[in-house]
Write a new protein. Structure first.
Length: 431
């Protein structure tokens, strides 16, 4: 006979294959489990309500999404691009470097890879392909891979979700992502420079140095956002959730009042789009909360820990297995689903092996971000292929060198924990 847990898995896979949104599928599968186990099926609703109402940290998610929407609706992206062009546009492959640097700066504001790619992706692709300087597929590939930096450098929506399931400090997670994010950016710039010399990409027209003060002054309000957010968090002025509210308010102020480039209609559009994105993520979180009740009831985390303990793995071997598992899952599953369903199963084993939870969280987030640019599910590939009007396979082909470089950076981050923990320890982290 099939067990309630087996019926739950069958229901989850079947409903997902039929095209039901994964969040709804997880709730329905939980109800199937509760019914088969003879439990009160309203327990699913109870778990969802308790989980959402008791998680103050989740308020940061819609607020960061809203702040990214406001920045995309205003003229912040254009001003940041001009400033980045001033910094690195004069080198061979300079427009590619501009793409990377802009994503690093934008990462300190949005916290979302999708927001980064969807917001500034079209501008970056058009800028790179103007006059035939770069092929459209290469411009799309570079735009996709640079967008993964967004959730690694703080603020970060995936890190908020990880903090929820691993009960870890968001502030230290944010700080731990800074050096790995910059390392990923250096890896991407290295590949871009190599490709630029290999394919003889042209050098863009140099911006006169006399323009430096003006362009810097124009971009300064946008550049100050990450300084204000991180300074407020680590100065003890505000929590990460409050920082998300400050980010949204500051984004609206500089776009609508300082730059005067955001209308009421655009503000309302940003509200609507943010609400839609939040609803989609909220349904996924609700499904994960319900499903995690089943996973806990069936003692799955301890079972997995027992199996892995039987293999007598060291912490480094465990991290290697986790990297391989997450890289494969990233090709097949959406990142938030991995964070909310798979990671809670792995966290107890990581803790038992003495792995630092901040280090583990950054490794997990980097894995999931790489999954956004690996086929067949890589969501950023689909977005950038559509923005550039290029065949998906052409974009995938140009993405591969960057993926190899990012995987190499991932393993460096995995086996040199100090790259993650150095900055948190400077501000008192004892892990």
């Amino acid at each position: 006979m099939l067990t309630p847990f087996s019926l739950m898995l069958i229901a989850l896979l079947g409903l997902s294959v039929l095209g039901l949104p994964i969040g709804v599928a997880m709730i329905c599968a939980t109800i199937v489990y509760l019914g088969a186990a003879g439990q009160d099926m309203s327990t699913a609703a109870e778990q969802v309500l308790n989980g959402l109402n008791g998680s103050y940290v989740l308020l940061a998610v819609p607020l960061f999404i809203f702040s990214a929407g406001l920045m995309n609706a205003g003229s912040l992206t254009d001003r940041l691009l001009r400033f980045c062009d001033l910094l690195v546009g004069r080198f061979r492959g300079g427009l590619g470097h501009v793409n990377v640097v802009q994503s690093v700066i934008f990462a300190g504001m949005s916290g979302s890879a999708i927001a980064d790619a969807a917001g500034s992706g079209k501008v970056q692709i058009d800028m790179m392909t103007k006059g035939g300087a770069y092929t459209p597929s290469y411009a799309a590939a570079l735009t996709a891979v640079t967008a993964v930096i967004g959730p690694i450098i703080p603020p970060s929506i995936p890190m908020v979700l990880y903090a929820l399931v691993a009960d870890t400090s968001i502030g230290y997670l944010f700080l731990g992502g800074v050096i790995p994010g910059l390392l990923m950016a250096l890896a991407q710039m290295g590949i871009n420079s190599w490709m630029a010399h290999r394919h003889d990409f042209p050098i863009s027209e140099k911006v006169p140095l006399r323009e430096f003060p003006r362009l810097t002054l124009e971009a300064l309000p946008a550049l100050l956002m990450p300084v204000i957010l991180l300074g407020g968090i680590y100065g003890g002025v505000m929590t990460p959730t409050e920082a998300a509210a400050v980010a949204a308010a500051y984004a609206w102020f500089i776009a609508a009042v300082f730059y005067r480039s955001l209308t009421l209609r655009q503000t309302w559009s940003a509200v609507v789009e943010s609400a839609r994105s939040t609803a989609a993520i909220g349904m996924l979180i609700a499904g994960a909360l319900a499903l995690n009740y089943v996973i806990t009831s069936e003692n799955v985390p301890n079972t997995v820990r027992g199996i892995l303990a039987g293999w007598e793995m060291s912490r480094w071997q465990f991290l290697l297995v986790v990297n391989l598992i997450l890289l494969v899952l990233g090709c097949l599953m959406e990142g938030s689903t991995i964070l909310l369903v798979v990671i809670p199963v792995l966290v107890p084993t990581a803790k038992a092996l003495g792995i630092d939870m901040v280090h583990f969280g950054v490794v997990v987030v980097v894995n999931i971000m790489i999954g956004l640019v690996t086929p067949p599910y890589g969501l950023l590939l689909f977005i950038c292929a559509k923005l550039s009007d290029q065949p998906l396979m052409a974009v995938v082909r140009d993405t591969l060198p960057f993926v190899v470089a990012m995987v190499a950076a991932l393993f460096l981050i995995t086996y040199v924990p100090e790259l993650v923990l150095f900055l948190p320890r400077q501000l008192g982290y004892q892990g």
